[in-house]
Ligand binder design. Structure first.
Ligand code: PRX
Length: 574
C-alpha cells in the first residue's frame, strides 16, 4: 500500500517542533522528558513497549508503523501488526531458548521486516541485542559473537555459512529466516515458529539502566569494541527525533542506515517509533533509481542519509528530474563531514538545505546538530542538543577559547551515553578525561556564535562511505595473508567516499608484487572481514616506517600519501 495524495496533503503543521533553540537550550531538563513515557506513570520500563505497544494500544493502533520495500517484497505493518509480530518473536525465543534478561542475541541479516520484528521482540524479553551488518564476513562475525558470549543468533541460510559455529561453543540456538530450512533441536525456522506462537506476550520489565543494544565499533587500535547502550537512551532518542528530525504525526520518514550501525537503530527504529511516526525501510542495494523512486512513491517527508549517498546521487546527475520529490520537507545527514557543495546541490535539486548532525556510536543519540529553526552555517555541524554540554578541550581537559582547535568533548552523563565497553573497563575509562569529559576522538573548534566545526579524527580511525573502520582490524587481516609481511593502513581522501582505505604492504621475501596479487589481497580482506573494509588501493613497499617498539607509523604513511612533511621521526627505527 502506498500513501494517497490526499493523505500526503493533510496538513503537516508549518511550525518546527524546536521553535526557539536558545530559549530551549537555556531551560531544558531531561527529567521533564520522562513524563512523556508510560513508565513515568506505571513504573514499568521497556523501550520496545514505548516504541510499539503503547501506540498499538492508542488511537495510532491502525496507523502504519513500517513500509517495507525491496522491489520484490512490498509490505505494510501497522503499530498493531508490529505488536503482534514482536510478541510472536518474544514467545518463540522464550519457548525455544534459554535466554534470560541480559543475555546476548545477535541479528545478522539484510534489512527486511523480520529483522525489525526480532530486534524489538528480543528487547521485550529483556535480552541485549547485537545487530550485525550483513556485509560482515567470517572473521568479523566471529569476533563479535565470541567477545559477547552470544547465546542466540538470528540469520539467513546463506549468511549462516559465514558463521564458524564450531568455534562458538556459547552459541546455543540459531533461527533462520528464508526457505528450505530443516529444523533441528538447535536450529529453527523463525517465521514458521512465529506462525504457531501467540500474539500475546507478557513483557519482561527492566530497569532504565539495563542493557539494550550492543553495537560493535572500531577504534584505532585493538579489536572492535562492544558499545553497550541501555533502555534509558530512549529519553534522548525520543526528544532528538522531535528537535532534530522534526518528526511530526503526519510524516513519512526514511532513514537509509542499516540497523547494523547505530544510526539504523537510534534513528531507523527508536527515534521515529518512540514518536509513533511512520517509517519506510528500503531493502536491497543502493541505486540512484531505487532511492529516488522510494522518495517519490512513498511521498517521503523527512529523509535522513549520509554525505556519501548524497554525493553518489549528485553523480547520477539529471536523473532526479524524473521524480516528483515535492513531498520532502526536511533532509538530514550524518557520519562524515557534509561539504558545502553537497548542501548547494540539496538546495538546487531537492529544494532543501541538508541539515548536518554529529554524533557517534558511543553517544547513542544526536549531540551537535543543525535544527530546522536555526540559521545554518554551511560546513558547520551546528550546536549542541539542548541538555547537552559540548566543548573543545586541550589534552589536559581544559576548555579552550573560540577558534582554537582541540578535542571535541562532551560533559559526561547524558541520557543515551554508552554505559560500558563490553568486558573491558579499561577501554571504557580511556574515553574520559578528568572524570568529567567524554573525549570523542574528533578534533574541532567552536566559533564565537557557538557553532562547532569538524576538523578530523585525532586518531587513525577511517570513515569510508560513512562507515567507521579501524585500521588495526584491516592490518590484522592483511597479516593473515600468506604473502604479506607487514601492513599499514590509512584513510586517503576521496571526493565521493570521504576517505578510501589504502594499504601499504611489505611482502615476504621472494614474493613479487603484481596486479594479480593486489586483487588477491583485496579479495582476501573482502571475504575474510567485510567488503567495505577491503583496501581500494594497495601500494607495495620494501619496508614500512616503524617505531623502535615495532609499531607501524601510520602518520608517516599518511604524510607520504599526501606529500606532507613527516614531522618528528625521533621514535622511528633506523
Ligand atoms: O569522526 C566522526 C564521524 O563519525 C565518527 C563516529 O562514527 P560512528 O560511531 O560510526 O557513528 C556514525 C554515525 C552516528 C565521529 O567520531 N562523524 C559523525 N558525524 C559527523 C562526523 N564527521 C563529520 N561530520 C559529521 N556530521
Amino acid at each position: 500500500m502506498q500513501v494517497s495524495d490526499k493523505d500526503k496533503l493533510q496538513a503537516i503543521p508549518a511550525y518546527y517542533l524546536l521553535q526557539d533553540y536558545e530559549a530551549t537550550a537555556a531551560t531544558h531538563r531531561w527529567e521533564d522528558v520522562e513524563k512523556q513515557f508510560s513508565w513515568f506513570h506505571t513504573g514499568e520500563v521497556n523501550i520496545a513497549y514505548e516504541a510499539i505497544d503503547r501506540h498499538a494500544e492508542s488511537s495510532r493502533k491502525n496507523k502504519v508503523a513500517l513500509y517495507y520495500d525491496d522491489g520484490d517484497r512490498k509490505e505494510t505493518y501497522t503499530f498493531y501488526d508490529m505488536k503482534c509480530k514482536t510478541n510472536q518473536v518474544a514467545n518463540v525465543l522464550q519457548d525455544k531458548t534459554t535466554l534470560v534478561k541480559g543475555d546476548r542475541l545477535f541479528i545478522y541479516m539484510p534489512r527486511q521486516p523480520e529483522l525489525y520484528f526480532t530486534l524489538l521482540g528480543a528487547l521485550k524479553l529483556g535480552v541485549i541485542v547485537g545487530p550485525l551488518f550483513e556485509a560482515f564476513m567470517e572473521g568479523a562475525v566471529y569476533d563479535r559473537l565470541d567477545d559477547s558470549d552470544a547465546k542466540v543468533l538470528v540469520t539467513t541460510p546463506s549468511l549462516l555459512k559465514r558463521v564458524p559455529l564450531d568455534r562458538l561453543p556459547k552459541l546455543e540456538t540459531v533461527f533462520l529466516v528464508g526457505d528450505d530450512i530443516e529444523e533441528t533441536d538447535s536450529v529453527y525456522h523463525l517465521t514458521r515458529q512465529m506462525s504457531q506462537a501467540s500474539e500475546q506476550f507478557n513483557i519482561t520489565w527492566v530497569a532504565r539502566e539495563d542493557g539494550m543494544l550492543l553495537h560493535y565499533t572500531s577504534g584505532s587500535t585493538g579489536a572492535p569494541k562492544g558499545v553497550l547502550h541501555v533502555h534509558n537512551a530512549m529519553i534522548q532518542q525520543y526528544q532528538s527525533a522531535q528537535w532534530v528530525l522534526d518528526l511530526q504525526e503526519q510524516d513519512i520518514y526514511w532513514c537509509t542506515a542499516d540497523p547494523g550501525w547505530v544510526t539504523g537503530t537510534a534513528y531507523g527504529i527508536f527515534g521515529p517509533w518512540l514518536n509513533g511516526v511512520t517509517t519506510l525501510v528500503v531493502g536491497g542495494r543502493f541505486s540512484p533509481q531505487n532511492w529516488y523512486q522510494a522518495l517519490a512513491s512513498y511521498h517521503v517527508t523527512v529523509w535522513y542519509s549520509a554525505p556519501t549517498a548524497f554525493r553518489m546521487l549528485m553523480g547520477a546527475g539529471e536523473m532526479v528530474k524524473d521524480y516528483d520529490l515535492s513531498s520532502l520537507r526536511h533532509v538530514l545527514s550524518v557520519g562524515e563531514p557534509l561539504n558545502p557543495e553537497v548542501i548547494r546541490w540539496g538546495i538546487e535539486t531537492l529544494g532543501h538545505r541538508i541539515h548536518d548532525t554529529w554524533w557517534m556510536t558511543e553517544t547513542g543519540a544526536h549531540m551537535i546538530c543543525n535544527y530546522p529553526s536555526m540559521a545554518i552555517k554551511p560546513g558547520s555541524m551546528g550546536k549542541p542538543l539542548p541538555g547537552i554540554y559540548a566543548t573543545i578541550v586541550d589534552d589536559q581537559g581544559n576548555e579552550v577559547k573560540p577558534y582554537t582547535m582541540g578535542n571535541l568533548a562532551i560533559r559526561k552523563g547524558w541520557p543515551a551515553m554508552m554505559r560500558a565497553i563490553w568486558g573491558n573497563q579499561e577501554r571504557y575509562d580511556a574515553y574520559f578525561l578528568q572524570g568529567e569529559w567524554y573525549v570523542s576522538g574528533d578534533s574541532a573548534y567552536q566559533d564565537e556564535d557557538g557553532y562547532f566545526w569538524f576538523q578530523g579524527r585525532v586518531d587513525d580511525v577511517i570513515m569510508t562511505a560513512g562507515e567507521r573502520v579501524g585500521p588495526f582490524e584491516v592490518e590484522s587481516k592483511l597479516l593473515e595473508h600468506p604473502d604479506v609481511l607487514e601492513a599499514g593502513v590509512i584513510g586517503k581522501p576521496d571526493p565521493v567516499r570521504g576517505e578510501i582505505i589504502k594499504a601499504f604492504i611489505a611482502l615476504r621475501e621472494g614474493v613479487a608484487p603484481s596486479e594479480q596479487l593486489i586483487t588477491d589481497i583485496q579479495n582476501f580482506v573482502k571475504t575474510g572481514l567485510a567488503a567495505h573494509a577491503a583496501p581500494r588501493e594497495i601500494e607495495f613497499k620494501d619496508k614500512l616506517p616503524k617505531t623502535r617498539s615495532g609499531k607501524i607509523m601510520r602518520r608517516v604513511l599518511k604524510a607520504w600519501e599526501l606529500d606532507l612533511p613527516t614531522g618528528d621521526l625521533s621514535t622511528m627505527e633506523d
